[in-house]
Design a protein around this ligand. Structure first.
Ligand SMILES: [Zn+2]
Length: 614
């Protein structure tokens, strides 16, 4: 017996389910889903089958053909493993399918349930999923490892007038429930009660479980391109802004296809979520999930969209086998994102993004200075919660590695290599070794030109990594350096700056400066009030670490407005690292007051930041 993945109970000796049919009844009042999952194996199998679960109530397991019970067990110790959850063990005898009947719980970490008051419309409740990294198991029992790709169908039962969207194709128009179709998920009387409707979806391309995604609520939609529709909760105003911001999506898809080969997923829709969404974007196939903070009014949110789109090739088509190889998803995607940005926004903007990434990578070296394992491209994550060590390392060190190879072999050769790599491994889950083998086979001699072992297994930033070179980038860095001498940039120097320039400028300033200098900079450029959260948060982080008390009110407002972890992490960290006890206390108070508005994944991350500094 050997586990396939340090983050899953899935056993390598057991068969992997190929298809899952889900039936889900949504109870918004109880913040619970009553469901059944019909798992189909490639062939009849006799023996134990381990599935991952967390925060699930398992009611029964049945043979779908005979409805005879299938014996199952959960560990006798009811305390779940803090990272993995609990294994559900089925005992199959010459069976090729099992129907697991279960309920989620209000603490299921994949789900955020929002009350009407927590939505933009204020009129209806809302629920959405976030399954990466290992949260699918809190939604349905599964072999929750990216090594196990599945196709699925899903039947959702919702109260009027709510509608659902899924990272999947719609199989039929919403309709009334039909008696007998519920498949044990809940009593027929509940399924067919007045005021309920059923929506059906299908995903017929094999995906890793972390890409399973849906949202349900008062969701409206608008077409913005041939293959792209924007969906949003929050009414016409949000939809208008989103449609404007993402008008360039089709151009990006075409740029991606020219670089990496055909777009294999049919549609590329976008869902703008409420502000509590914990990430910038999530690359759910056919429908990317986005934070509303990417809508900045100047199309600069395009970079996040480019990133999620790039995942259509790197991450969703070729997937890391386990989270220890996460760089295969994110390093490649960061590289691909910047290539797309270069085509649609130009070389200078791409270089700015690289510069922001370079700064971020250097900051992570500081964060992990006592735990350099997590600065490796391929770290050992046994017993480690992937959410807790989530960092820029797989993104930016991975990007640097691929950029280094590009510089060695030249762009045309590397582009050809990338296309070949994608064509070879599409719809597969692979590890770093498979990549290296393919690299050495297709770019012969590369191992004599680049120290591949140091890049993949070494800690820190390799000496042949490179800071980007561009006119704007160098100018900004030199202006940041002048700030240390007491100089604030002149108006004509920043006249053409958008959010990214400001972000880079602030991030290159020293981590702590004279409070009077902070105030002077803000008096001039109103960075604390920027509509661009990247700028605002970078500024507020600097203000807290410099001890500027007058910005604490704005910090609190920001922490209560958005739940994106990219902002929560630095702001809470800066607060708890503050020298004054009062600052630390305010972090705890703000979290206590804002906790309910955060997604469970974000709640866990902030809790661990606070615990580390208690
Ligand atoms: Zn990504």
């Amino acid at each position: 017996m050997a586990r396939l993945d340090p983050h899953s109970y899935t056993e390598s000796s057991q068969p992997l389910a190929k298809h899952v049919a889900l039936t889900l009844y949504f109870d918004f009042a109880a913040r619970t889903i009553h469901g059944s999952a019909l798992l189909t194996l490639p062939a009849a199998y006799t023996g134990p089958l381990l599935l991952d679960t967390r925060s699930l109530l398992i009611h029964s397991v049945l043979d779908p053909h005979t409805t005879a019970p299938i014996p199952f067990s959960l560990p006798s110790d009811p305390t779940p493993d803090p990272v993995l959850g609990q294994p559900l063990s089925l005992s199959l005898s010459a069976q090729s399918a099992a129907l697991v009947v279960f309920s989620t719980s209000p603490t299921s970490s994949a789900l955020q349930w929002l009350s009407p008051a927590q939505t933009a419309s204020k009129a209806h409740p809302f629920v959405y999923t976030q399954c990466q990294s290992i949260h699918a198991r809190s939604l349905f029992p599964s072999q929750d490892t990216p090594a196990a790709r599945i196709v699925f169908s899903a039947r959702l039962n919702l109260p009027h007038p709510l509608t659902a969207v899924m990272a999947a194709a719609r199989a039929a128009a919403p309709r009334d429930p039909v008696p007998g179709e519920v498949g044990f998920a809940c009593p027929d009387a509940l399924w067919c009660a007045p005021g309920r409707s059923v929506e059906e979806f299908i995903m017929n391309r094999p995906i890793p479980p972390y890409l399973f995604a849906f949202a349900a609520g008062d969701i409206a939609a608008r077409d913005v391109g041939l293959r792209t529709r924007v969906h949003a909760e929050g009414g016409a105003a949000v939809l208008d802004a989103a449609a404007r911001e993402f008008a360039g999506a089709e151009e990006m898809i075409r740029a991606g296809e020219a670089l990496f080969g055909p777009y294999e997923w049919g549609r590329f829709d976008l869902l703008v979520l409420p502000p509590s969404f914990p990430y910038g974007g999530m690359e759910n196939p056919m429908m990317v999930f986005l934070t509303p903070t990417v809508i900045k009014g100047d199309a600069s949110g395009a970079q996040v969209v480019a990133h999620e789109l790039a995942h259509s090739w790197t991450g969703n088509l070729i997937t890391n086998k386990t989270n220890e190889h996460f760089w295969l998803n994110e390093g490649f995607t960061t590289y691909a994102e910047r290539r797309i940005v270069e085509v649609v926004q130009g070389e200078e903007i791409a270089a700015l993004n690289m510069g922001i990434g370079w700064r971020g990578l250097n900051d992570e070296m500081e964060r992990f200075k006592d735990n350099m394992e997590f600065t490796k491209l391929k770290p050992n994550l046994e017993g480690i919660d992937p959410d807790e060590i989530y960092s820029q390392v797989p993104y930016e060190k991975g990007f640097q590695f691929l950029w280094r190879i590009e510089r060695q072999v030249g762009r045309p050769t590397f582009d050809e290599f990338l296309k070949k790599y994608i064509a070879k491994f599409k719809f597969q889950s692979i590890d770093t070794e498979a990549f290296l083998e393919f690299l050495k086979a297709n770019l012969p001699g590369i191992e004599n030109q680049i120290d591949l072992k140091q890049w993949v297994e070494g800690t820190g930033i390799p000496p042949d990594a490179m800071e980007p070179v561009s006119l704007i980038y160098s100018k900004i860095v030199s202006l940041s350096n002048e700030f240390k001498l007491g100089k604030i940039p002149k108006e004509q120097e920043v006249a053409n700056w958008s959010g990214q320039e400001w972000e880079l400028y602030i991030e290159n300033l020293p981590k702590s400066v004279e409070p009077s200098q902070i105030a002077a900079l803000d008096a001039h450029y109103r960075l604390s009030e920027s509509r661009d959260y990247e700028v605002k948060v970078a500024f507020l982080q600097l203000a807290i670490s410099s001890g500027c008390k007058e910005y604490f009110g704005e910090v609190e407002r920001t922490l209560k407005q958005v739940g994106r972890m990219k902002y929560l992490r630095p702001l809470y960290t800066a607060l708890v690292q503050g020298s004054a006890e009062e600052t630390k206390m305010s972090a705890r108070r703000i979290f206590a007051e804002a906790r309910d508005t955060y997604h469970p994944i974000a709640q866990g991350v902030v809790e661990s930041i606070l615990a580390k500094h208690s």
